[in-house]
Design a protein around this ligand. Structure first.
Ligand code: MN
Length: 226
């Protein structure tokens, strides 16, 4: 099965649409996996969530896999327990985006809360932030799956399959705005919302068969495509 994996979108709907068009994905028989962080910081959080919800309703959650990111979790925690961390961690843009469309953020709670923390196929484990080394997949704590950084990506631990993750921009790992092959893992957050680009990997079996990159605009800092 042809699989397209995409990193952190953060309200960058236009770049996502361009990427899907370039990849010419047929969701009736191919799989799309998004690694989480759909909301906050970028301009179109509301429209992006509406779009993803429609896509998943149309093609099902086996073909449209929408993983949960720490930003979705912050929004869930805000809605469930009025935890304040979200609003100053990018939530303002999301609230503004909802208000602009006269939509109530409460309506999106069940959709966000339905998003799984990880997904696996025959060759890969897909997760927003990463895994804690030495801990079995089923035993991982949600906080690690959503937030972990160096302890995961600097580790040489073998998780049994290659781990595809977002969350930590590749530019913070190796100084480049391009997906990065690390030990037993692939970093895919190319920092679209921070002036990088949005990247998609096309996977078939255990190989990467194509890489798609879409710039975030005129001031793109991504030398490979600017
Ligand atoms: Mn994140």
């Amino acid at each position: 099965m042809r699989t397209l994996v995409i990193g952190d979108t953060h309200g960058c709907l236009d770049e996502l649409l361009t990427l899907l068009e370039e990849a010419a994905i047929d969701l009736s028989r191919e799989r799309l996996i998004l690694l989480g962080d759909y909301i906050d910081r970028g301009p179109k959080s509301y429209q992006l969530l509406q779009y993803l919800q429609k896509l998943q309703t149309t093609y099902g959650s086996e073909n449209v896999v929408l993983l949960r990111g720490n930003h979705e979790q912050m929004a869930i925690d805000y809605l469930q327990h009025h935890k304040s961390g979200w609003s100053y961690n990018g939530g303002h843009e999301t609230m503004y985006s909802f208000a602009k469309h006269k939509a109530d953020i409460v309506e999106i709670h069940d959709f966000l809360n339905s998003m799984p923390l990880y997904f696996t196929d025959d060759y890969y484990i897909y997760v927003h932030a990463g895994l804690k080394p030495g801990v079995a997949l089923e035993e991982q704590r949600p906080d690690d799956l959503l937030w972990i950084r160096e302890e995961f990506y600097r580790s040489a631990y073998d998780f049994g399959k290659t781990v595809v993750f977002g969350h930590t921009p590749t530019v913070n790992i190796n100084g480049r705005y391009r997906y990065a092959m690390l030990h037993n893992k692939i970093a895919l957050d190319t920092a679209c919302v921070f002036g990088g680009c949005l990247s998609a990997l096309e996977l078939q079996g255990d190989s990467i068969t194509q890489v798609y990159m879409v710039t975030s605009g005129k001031n793109c800092r991504c030398p490979e495509i600017a």
